[in-house]
Ligand binder design. Structure first.
Ligand code: SAM
Ligand code: SF4
Ligand code: FES
Length: 380
């Protein structure tokens, strides 16, 4: 793991070389929230532009979504998966994965504790485990909803009818990364899965009134920078409410475990460009970023992000939900993580937001002033 100091030092050294053309592109993105694919490719590929991009993204983040950091409590409730994604430790052919499945009472109890720690939202995440059928998921959703928590589901691909039932039972948001918009790459990395079905899921979720979260896995073998530029345009076109991106971290128990890891810097530039092009979106500083670099979440929160998803899963289950090696916080308790993140956010001069963190459909405090609208943000 690289230290935060050397990452920042490195970035500062490179920042001296940023070209006039790059600075003009960054200004254009900050003002118009639009760039073309070649422009995005140029900035994504530029080490020299990284600091200027992060600074612009930080200004846009402050203007549009403010200084509040939304904490969402992550409950990893099943490590059983029917899919076989090439990069993931939970893939069904990984005989070394330690499998577990929490029962409904335990899941609801973790949600209750999450509320006790002051998290207004829980994220229920798992492998694609069909033991949790519509009835079971809806039962859990009803019970958690009664606790007055916002609920994000992240349980993979399901039918439109199931998504409709989950929404009806109280799910507010759904996280389903597209991983890559390059269809052949997606279908190589996710054998047996169809890109068109993943895209269909995202469209169904949108039509059913969910807040839709998606994102890119950065550094998949064969992925190019223009592909990532097209991912950004795809998120912009679908008007994604949340975009979570993280570097690929090789897991030796998977078929691509010997491939190089994704780049922290490229992922950071992606976060900044996402903030510039989708100024209202909720963008997490992901666990994978901190797994690669100490204080990686602070760096990303200062580069455009406004959400953190601390783990509220307890005990040995944290370790067993092993997508990749070196996962942070496996020996910590949910109380440790809450305390830790609260302190770190305050140390940055930001604060932990108290609300449920729904997307703000507004033009931002600064933008509203600039456009003479003269009023503060409003929830949709
Ligand atoms: N099964 C659901 C799905 O795939 O949407 C939700 C859980 S899945 C573990 C959540 C995310 O973990 C995936 O979207 C993927 O991007 C990420 N992930 C899996 N393996 C990873 C790895 N080796 N490095 C970084 N992220 C990984
Ligand atoms: Fe299963 Fe999700 Fe991992 Fe793919 S990424 S193997 S669907 S848990
Ligand atoms: Fe888990 Fe810091 S976030 S201990």
């Amino acid at each position: 793991m690289q230290s935060a100091k050397s990452i920042e030092q490195e970035a500062r050294e490179r920042a001296g070389d940023v070209s006039k053309e790059e600075l003009l592109l960054i200004r254009k993105a900050e003002e118009n929230h639009a760039l073309t694919e070649p422009e995005l490719t140029a900035l994504l590929g530029s080490d020299a532009a990284e600091e200027a991009l992060a600074a612009a993204a930080d200004r846009v983040r402050k203007a549009y979504v403010g200084d509040g950091v939304h904490l969402r409590g992550l409950i990893e409730f099943s490590s059983i998966c029917r899919q076989n994604c090439m990069y993931c430790g939970l893939r069904r052919d990984n005989a070394k994965a330690e499998r577990y499945r929490l029962d409904a009472d335990t899941i609801v109890d973790l949600a209750r504790k999450a509320k006790g720690y002051g998290y207004p939202t829980v994220v229920l995440q798992s492998g694609e485990d069909l033991f949790f059928d519509t009835e079971k998921i809806c039962g859990i959703l009803h019970r958690i909803k009664a606790l007055d928590l916002a609920i994000t589901l992240s349980i993979g691909e399901r039918s439109r009818a199931e998504y409709a039932a989950f929404r009806e039972a109280g799910a507010d948001r759904y996280l389903l990364r597209i991983e890559t918009t390059d269809v052949p790459l997606y279908e190589r990395m996710d054998p047996g899965m169809r890109w068109s079905n993943r895209d269909r899921c995202l469209r169904d979720l949108r039509e059913l009134g969910y807040e839709v979260g998606t994102g890119t896995l950065v550094g998949l073998p064969g992925q190019t920078i223009p592909m990532i530029a097209r991912d950004i345009l795809y998120y912009q076109k679908m008007d994604a409410d949340m975009i979570g991106v993280g570097p690929f971290i090789p897991n030796p128990d998977t078929p691509i475990g010997e491939e190089p890891a994704g780049s922290f810097h490229l992922t950071r530039r992606l976060v900044s460009l996402l903030r510039l092009l989708l100024p209202e979106a909720n963008i997490p500083a992901t666990t994978a970023m901190e797994t690669m670099v100490a204080m990686g979440r602070e760096i990303v929160l200062s580069s455009g992000a406004n959400v953190v998803m601390p783990n509220v899963t307890e005990g040995d289950y944290r370790r067993k939900y092993a997508l990749y090696p070196g996962k942070i916080c496996v020996a910590d308790t949910p109380a440790d993580c809450r305390h830790c993140m609260g302190g770190r956010i305050a140390a940055m001069g930001r604060y932990v937001a108290a609300d449920k963190g729904f997307r703000h459909h507004h033009r931002g405090i600064a933008q509203a002033a600039k456009h003479g609208l003269g009023k503060e943000c409003e929830h949709a």
